[in-house]
Design a protein around this ligand. Sequence first.
Ligand SMILES: *Cc1c(COP(=O)(O)O)cnc(C)c1O
Length: 200
Amino acid sequence: MSILAVTKGFGPDAIEAALAAGLMDIGENYLQEAQAKFASVAWPPHPIRRHFIGHLQRNKARRIAGVFDVVQSVDDLDAAAKLDEGARQSGKVLDVLLQVNVSSDDRAGIAPHAATDFARSLRAYEQLRVRGIMAVGPLDRGAAGAAFSAAAAAFAELRKETKADIFSLGMSGDLEAAVAAGSTMVRLGTALFGARPAKV
Ligand SMILES: *Cc1c(COP(=O)(O)O)cnc(C)c1O
């Protein structure tokens, strides 16, 4: 089980605090915010994975591939094609997770039962490596169990055909249910750093 430190809304000091605590995975939602912050962080010599967890816009995907090591929010083939181009330009293989939609109030993500087919379509993109599934739980925490089971089923299916090993599930408000559903990576912002500062 790993902890992804979600540092959106906080300064570079939050990233440095997470690294000082030994965390190896850092998550950001917005390209520009992340670029500015990453540039001012004193990164340690050992490998740290920078995860993009925000909505993946096609017009930013190429740059996102250059700045991040893992993109967790892949749910669109055209955006995936741009990620592949960007990864090639940066001379890297980019790890990607397929975002599945398991809650009625979330608009992002592919249907969980379509995830394995979607992964097959991504085989055409040689710079992308499918590492697993990401899902965001419903606002209604009472519905988390059923939603997370659907995401777990998608992960189990995907594992039959790929070497997928990351199941990114659970945030500060629903991490217990996510752990019970087999999460291998919880994405924690407020649980680690407190309430995010209000946007100006
Ligand atoms: C912001 C965010 C998180 C962290 O949320 P917290 O409730 O602060 O833990 C996790 N995952 C995604 C996709 C996010 O956008």
